[in-house]
Design a protein around this ligand. Structure first.
Ligand code: PLP
Length: 474
């Protein structure tokens, strides 16, 4: 006898009562996961291929009950994770998160809208524009960057994509001005700039990127920029864009934005700022001196998903003037035409970045701002910076350790005075305890350890514990 269709089909994957029940179970699971995280290690130990080995060879032909799906979070997924939300996470930069952001992400998925045009979800577009205008005030960046003024903000999936988009606009502006082809154009950035700058220049088709010399604090030397521009001009090349970094990935160095902006203006270059991590700190007045000169900037990016309690996939890109961005990225096929766009009275975010389809990213950011309040976020940033400075002081007083760079925000870069091997060995020992995860990098050929604060679940007690562990292994 063939089985009845009901039995063969199993649970209905579209049943809303089951969704309600399973959804509650999932939220319970997430709350427990986050609450229990510090009972386990930051990094699980897995062999390559061991997770795939737990998966069936072929996709399921028949529906499975959600209980089985959820159970595999514990059986397959969690044992193979690196737990970015662990309070002992001090590696790379943190991936922001908070209950408000997680729920905002879930709500956006529940709504399932695609705000590529204003008309395909007016509320999503207007909330995005409004929240990014709020951030202009909250971070003290130029008022011109508001959508109600000349500029405007857009959410992208990451700072890399914001920088890539800036490169494309800069290339088009340079082409219009000089008539040059991209292969003769040159991009400039610090030798400490993030790899996304080099990748963006490559993707945008620029002929060359010059990675500029830095000073003792690893910030770009403005005279190196001027000299490189002059040399390139003499060689018949066309300087097109310079990227300043506020808070480099390695050591959190801050390039002199004002000086670079002055040189860029005088030489007719596009000036982009990458503040992926440190940009969030500008919600506190006392850090804004590090962004002095923003009125000399054409585009800027920072990631609320790094240090503003918002889950991954939330990067702000601002432009001082939105027209070149929209001109560079607008292609209008007949199937996207609509009366609202034709009226010119609305923002169509598809014209502000490379992708067409896009999630409702602003919802989670809006919820984070509302559930923390600016004061809540300032308090988190100030705690992280205070703890980082405390760690910096401990390191400064330790006979075998030394800080290799200033600590303007909440990243402490340090090394073992005995050399690279000792630094690597110290990090390996600290990480082997399981409660922490630090990463290393290199600057001017020297290896160093990074302690990057930014995780919303990290407390002072975790920082104390980290220092005790470093001290007893150094
Ligand atoms: N820029 C800087 C300074 C960074 O530190 C990072 C990542 O750490 C990026 C850009 C890349 O950001 P995303 O991963 O959002 O593309």
């Amino acid at each position: 006898m063939p089985s009845s269709p009901d039995v063969a089909l199993g649970p209905d994957p579209l049943d809303l009562e089951a969704f309600r029940k399973n959804g509650h179970a999932l939220i319970d699971w997430i709350a427990e996961y986050l609450g229990d995280l510090e009972k386990g290690p930051v990094c699980e130990t897995v062999e390559p291929g061991s997770v795939r080995a737990l998966l069936p060879e072929f996709a399921p032909e028949q529906p499975e009950p959600f209980e089985a799906v959820l159970a595999d979070l514990d059986r397959v997924v969690v044992p193979g994770l690196t737990h970015w939300q662990h309070p002992g996470w001090f590696a790379y930069f943190a991936a922001g998160s908070s209950p408000a952001a997680i729920l905002g992400e879930l709500a956006a998925a529940g709504l399932g809208v695609v705000p590529m045009l204003w008309s395909t979800s007016p509320a999503a577009t207007e909330i995005e524009a409004h929240v990014l205008d709020w951030l202009v005030d909250l971070l003290g960046v130029p008022q011109d960057w508001k959508t109600t003024a000349r500029g405007g903000g857009v959410l992208q999936s990451g700072a890399s994509l914001s920088t890539h988009a800036a490169m494309v606009v800069a290339r088009e502006e340079c082409r219009k001005r000089s008539g040059a082809g991209a292969e003769t154009m040159v991009v400039y950035a610090s030798r400490e700039a993030h790899s996304s700058v080099e990748k963006g220049a490559r993707v945008a088709g620029f002929g060359r990127i010059r990675l500029l010399e830095t000073d003792e604090a690893f910030a770009v030397r403005p005279e190196a920029l001027s000299a490189a521009i002059d040399a390139d001009r003499r060689a018949g090349l066309v300087p097109a864009l310079v990227c300043s970094t506020v808070g480099t990935t390695g050591t959190n160095a801050v390039d002199p934005v004002r000086r670079i902006g002055e040189i860029a203006r005088a030489a007719g270059l596009w000036h982009h700022v990458d503040a992926a991590y440190a940009g969030s700190a500008m919600i506190c007045d006392e850090f804004r001196r590090h962004q002095d000169g923003l009125e000399l900037v054409d585009s800027y990016t920072f990631n609320p998903h790094k240090w503003l309690a918002t889950t991954i996939g939330c990067s702000v890109m601002w432009v001082a003037d939105r027209r070149p961005l929209i001109e560079a990225l607008t292609v209008l096929p007949p199937y996207l035409r609509n009366a609202a766009s034709d009226s010119g009275a609305v923002i169509d975010y598809r014209d502000w970045h490379l992708s067409l389809g896009r999630p409702f990213r602003a919802l989670k950011l809006w919820w984070v701002l509302r559930c923390f309040g600016a004061e809540g976020l300032r308090s988190m940033i100030r705690s992280h910076v205070t703890w980082a400075r405390w760690l910096a002081e401990r390191i400064d007083h330790h006979p075998r350790l030394e800080r290799i760079a200033p600590t303007p925000f909440a990243l402490v870069a340090f090394a073992d005075r005995r050399g690279d091997q000792a630094t690597d060995a110290l990090v390996a020992k600290v990480n082997s305890v399981g409660r922490f995860y630090l990463t290393t990098s290199e600057v001017h050929g020297r290896r160093f350890a990074r302690i990057a604060l930014g995780n919303t679940r990290t407390t002072r007690a975790h920082v104390d514990d980290l220092w005790d562990t470093i001290e007893s292994n150094a």
